[in-house]
Design a protein around this ligand. Structure first.
Ligand SMILES: CC(C)(COP(=O)(O)OP(=O)(O)OC[C@H]1O[C@@H](n2cnc3c(N)ncnc32)[C@H](O)[C@@H]1OP(=O)(O)O)[C@@H](O)C(=O)NCCC(=O)NCCS
Length: 241
């Protein structure tokens, strides 16, 4: 927009270093606790290792998401395309205070979960995904990021929404999450309803319930054996969704 000047000026054009624009567009990062990594045994006996994403995981995960976004089933496509954007946003620094976890079994990338901190009192759940179906692998992935928000970030509230029936059944129905008034309040994912957990519901019963439904708790003392088995990150050769 160009407006006539109300005063004479010495220079009519200014050169801008785009680094200064970056300073305006991106906000300073919050001090986020480090996710130490955890192991949890699935109901089928396999050991899941949940660790924070590493920069070297980003390209292979984008490759998987390119395939997932074409799967027109159970909402994998919409979740895949959104996760692609969120993972790319880590590299491009276009997501405020994200936390992103990968779930590995023998190094194979079979689970994904992410969220972000809105501020010190509120965290937003973004997406959960599993590529090993009917193993109830989505539950520990969602539990891990909820645990991170409620126990490590220590936010007052955790806001989720659900794009798929399986997602809603896993965390909306089964975890009995109430909703915020709609349409007055909307989740950032497509303006859908906000389902929420607060410290009372989490401490009161949800934390315990998650352990029951998963059949194990997050074990932060990851054994050398599990670390070794998951040393090398690899993506699934085929996607059977
Ligand atoms: C939502 C999600 C993480 C839930 O995790 P999960 O419960 O471990 O996942 P699954 O999809 O393996 O299983 C959910 C249900 O799908 C159905 N299902 C999955 N694969 C099936 C198959 N091959 N045949 C028949 N039913 C199948 C079953 O009803 C199953 O429940 P059950 O195992 O109790 O019978 C997972 O479904 C997923 O990644 N979905 C796509 C992305 C998504 O929607 N994410 C959530 C966004 S809000």
């Amino acid at each position: 927009m160009k407006i006539e000047l109300p005063t004479p000026v010495s220079v009519e054009e200014m050169k801008i270093d785009v680094r200064e624009i970056e300073g305006i567009l991106s906000s300073p990062a919050m001090n986020m606790p480090v996710w130490p990594g955890a192991q949890v045994k699935l109901l089928d006996g396999r050991m899941l290792y949940i660790r924070a994403i590493q920069d070297s995981d980003i390209d292979p995960i984008l490759g998987v998401m390119e395939k997932v976004m074409k799967v027109e089933k159970d909402f994998y496509d919409i979740v895949g395309v959104r996760v692609y954007g969120e993972v790319l946003a880590l590299r491009r620094k276009r997501l405020k205070d994200p936390f992103t976890f990968v779930g590995l079994i023998d190094g194979e990338f079979l689970g994904f979960a992410n969220g972000r901190a809105w501020d010190k009192d509120l965290a937003i759940s973004l997406h959960t995904m599993t590529f090993s179906r009917r193993a109830k692998l989505g539950y520990p992935m969602y539990y891990a990021k909820t645990y991170y928000a409620m126990e490590m970030l220590k936010v007052q509230e955790w806001w989720s929404t659900f794009e798929s029936y399986n997602g809603w059944r896993m965390a909306g129905l089964s975890m009995a999450q109430p909703t915020k008034p709609f349409p007055q309040m909307q989740h950032e994912l497509g303006g859908a309803k906000i389902f929420y957990v607060n410290q009372d519901t989490w401490q009161g019963r949800l934390k315990e319930y998650c352990k029951q439904i998963i059949g194990d708790d997050l074990n932060f003392k990851v054994t050398d054996e599990v670390l070794k088995a998951n040393e090398k990150f690899r993506v699934p050769e085929t996607l059977e969704l």
